[in-house]
Design a protein around this ligand. Structure first.
Ligand SMILES: Cc1cc2nc3c(=O)[nH]c(=O)nc-3n(C[C@H](O)[C@H](O)[C@H](O)COP(=O)(O)OP(=O)(O)OC[C@H]3O[C@@H](n4cnc5c(N)ncnc54)[C@H](O)[C@@H]3O)c2cc1C
Length: 604
């Protein structure tokens, strides 16, 4: 990871009638005679992917690539997968790139070649924010693109169950880090028994390092003028890796608000239709989407930048950027840590390229086509894990009697501390108000200034929000809050005639550190005992496999809920991680207690 929030793009030279070349490494991206055909030969056919995809019994397949470059191996793999995967099977393609190519270079290269779905790659290709980007390329293909150094991703120890590895970095002599013994050993540890690895390099030390890591190697005929390539595999009984979970049959989401709907969306990407329990929250007509970037680089801001990109890529965001007004001194300092593709100076503030706003209907529209019986109206009274089931006690809205249901997995996206499993999490509700103002004025896009947002919409300008910490239950809009918001609007639109004002109240929930809670539910009793025992030095390990917690979004629901819902669902289903360890740690539901005893670490 770099010191800044973003990486630099690779500087690429485009020699006439030749292949693109990375200036820093002084190396070409593929051989002069090879191109797509060579990649197909070495990586797709070399690993036997067409046959393995056709005969795959497990629900997913995981490829790891070192050196994403222009994404050609990814496109070839996705294409082979599309023709052969069975319904319900998912390809997870984890790729690492420390010098991502610029979008313009990517488009330039892809224009020259014929390969299916290449436009989709240019659509989802992320800005160079350092970290792990989760990008659903098509319904059964998820690209996990890590922008940063492979060593830091591998040091996290979160990669598991790799089926196949592509070593396609620059030549070992120009890029020795990518081929060193430690990297190859970590890859072996993260792979399943029988996993295969292919590379174009047959250099002696690459072969020796692979053997030392536990791979059995074989030289095979190379492509075209290249005499040889390398095929390696882990023996069948090396280790088992984490067994893949069987997809849960019955899943419930408690809370049908912004976060609950994102969990339902993440589940539906995996073909799971949950039952949603909701007692009727408030929805706004529009929501601003904006990253929060601190001057000192910290995990929370990185999360915010990655979350903004995820929302922008996977939801129907009105993509017009978002202006955040700030002083010129602060502006320059924030800009210095960001890439111009992420934010630019717009005179009196920053324009965040991936910010914007969403209509409430697009956040809550149920893509999952949830049938009526999947939405249960009423209040969940408790959620308790009992051996291999989770029991939900529920009070339907128009029924005198309670109802008890059992589920394989339950996600709690309701900020209700009356639920036993959520009661130790320090959540604070904060009521607030927005107004929708009809006025004869225009602004191009959403603006955040002096802590309030103004979003232009078809029914007027939505101005948000006030923070009423002294209010403890839902009540009618307050005159003084409306005044504050209208005053705010008039300050930025002094000559505007206000025609009508409609006020909406709502509630958000915050935590003491202003960071949401996202992760498996801790066994709170075991956590209490762990914290009381000063001799414990290993990370706390007792987390539920069946109950996930997701709440405490404060004012950042649109920025963080879609990404964190994806993270939580992926981790409950033992899929490749969506977040790196540092980001997982700041979100742990157990962090408040673990911090008190100075032992905050993610489980191994
Ligand atoms: C005035 C205002 C303006 C805002 N503007 C923005 C904005 O522009 N951009 C932005 O990103 N965020 C904004 N927010 C914040 C945003 O609304 C929250 O971040 C978001 O709603 C959090 O989602 P959630 O699902 O965690 O909570 P909620 O949306 O509150 O949903 C929780 C749901 O759980 C239900 N529930 C609770 N307990 C139970 C139970 N026991 N059983 C069944 N159901 C239960 C509730 O009824 C509710 O429907 C604003 C908030 C307010 C108040």
């Amino acid at each position: 990871m770099t010191n800044d929030y973003c990486l630099q793009h690779a500087t690429i030279d485009w020699p006439l009638r030749s292949v693109p070349q990375a200036r820093r490494e002084g190396d070409i991206y593929w051989s002069f005679t090879g191109g797509l055909d060579e990649k197909r030969h070495v990586y797709i056919e070399g690993n036997g992917l067409p046959e393995r995809f056709s005969s795959l019994k497990q629900s997913s397949f995981q490829v790891f690539e070192l050196g994403f470059g222009f994404g050609l191996n990814f496109l070839l793999t996705a294409s082979a997968w599309s023709h052969r995967a069975q319904p319900g099977q998912i390809l997870h393609y984890v790729a690492v790139e420390r010098a991502p190519v610029a979008p313009a270079d990517l488009r330039r290269l892809l224009q020259r070649i014929t390969i299916s779905n290449k436009e989709r790659l240019t659509q989802i290709y992320p800005a160079p924010v350092a970290g792990l980007h989760t990008l659903w390329f098509q319904p059964n293909v998820c690209l996990h693109l890590y922008l940063g150094d492979a060593r830091s991703l591998l040091a996290d120890g979160l990669l598991r169950n790799i089926d196949c590895i592509f070593l396609d970095g620059f030549a070992p002599i120009r890029n020795p880090d990518a081929w060193d013994p430690w990297v190859l050993k970590q890859l072996a540890l993260a792979s399943r028994s029988g996993a295969t690895l292919c590379t174009y390099s047959v250099a002696g030390h690459v072969r020796r390092n692979l053997q030392a890591a536990g791979f059995q190697i074989q030289r095979r005929p190379g492509y075209g003028q290249k005499r040889e390539m390398l095929h390696a595999s882990l023996p069948p009984d090396t280790h088992e890796g984490t067994p893949l979970t069987v997809a849960p049959v019955s899943v419930a989401v408690i809370g049908g608000g912004l976060a609950g709907h994102q969990v339902a969306r993440a589940l539906s990407r995996r073909g799971i239709q949950p039952t949603i329990f909701d007692d009727g929250g408030i929805r706004l007509p529009m929501y601003a989407l904006s990253p929060q970037v601190a001057l000192n680089v910290n995990p929370e801001s990185r999360l915010s930048l990655l979350g903004t990109q995820f929302t922008n890529n996977h939801l129907d965001v009105q993509r017009i950027g978002l202006q955040r007004k700030m002083s010129s001194g602060r502006r320059q300092r924030v800009l210095a840590s960001l890439h111009p593709d992420v934010a630019s100076d717009c005179g009196n503030g920053l324009l965040y390229t991936h910010g914007g706003f969403l209509y409430g209907k697009d956040l809550f529209t149920d893509e999952t086509n949830t049938p009526d019986n999947r939405i249960q109206r009423g209040q969940v009274l408790d959620v308790v894990e009992q051996s291999d089931r989770v029991v939900v006690t529920f009070q339907p809205i128009h029924s005198p009697s309670t109802q008890i249901d059992n589920f394989d997995h339950v996600y709690i996206a309701a900020p209700d501390r009356a639920l036993t499993v959520l009661s130790p999490v320090p959540l604070t509700p904060v009521w607030g108000q927005s107004v929708v103002i009809q006025a004869d004025s225009t602004i191009d896009g959403p603006v955040i200034a002096d802590g309030a947002s103004i979003i232009p919409g078809p029914d007027g300008f939505q101005v948000s929000a006030t923070y009423d910490r002294d209010r403890h239950s839902q009540s009618d809009p307050r005159y003084q809050d409306t005044e504050v918001l209208v005053h705010h609007f008039r300050r930025s639109h002094p000559d505007t005639r206000v025609q009508s004002i409609r006020a909406i109240t709502g509630q958000r929930t915050t935590t003491p550190d202003r960071v949401p809670v996202a992760g498996p539910a801790p066994d709170w009793q075991a956590l209490g005992a762990y914290c009381a025992d000063n001799t414990q030095t290993r990370p706390f390990q007792n987390y539920s496999d069946r109950i996930g917690l997701l709440t405490g979004f404060g004012s950042h629901g649109t920025t963080l809920a879609p990404l964190l819902a994806e993270f939580l669902v992926a981790s409950m289903m033992k899929e490749p991680t969506v977040l790196t360890r540092d980001l997982m740690t700041v979100l742990l539901p157990s962090r408040f207690l673990l911090r008190q005893v100075g032992r905050l670490q993610t489980p191994l």
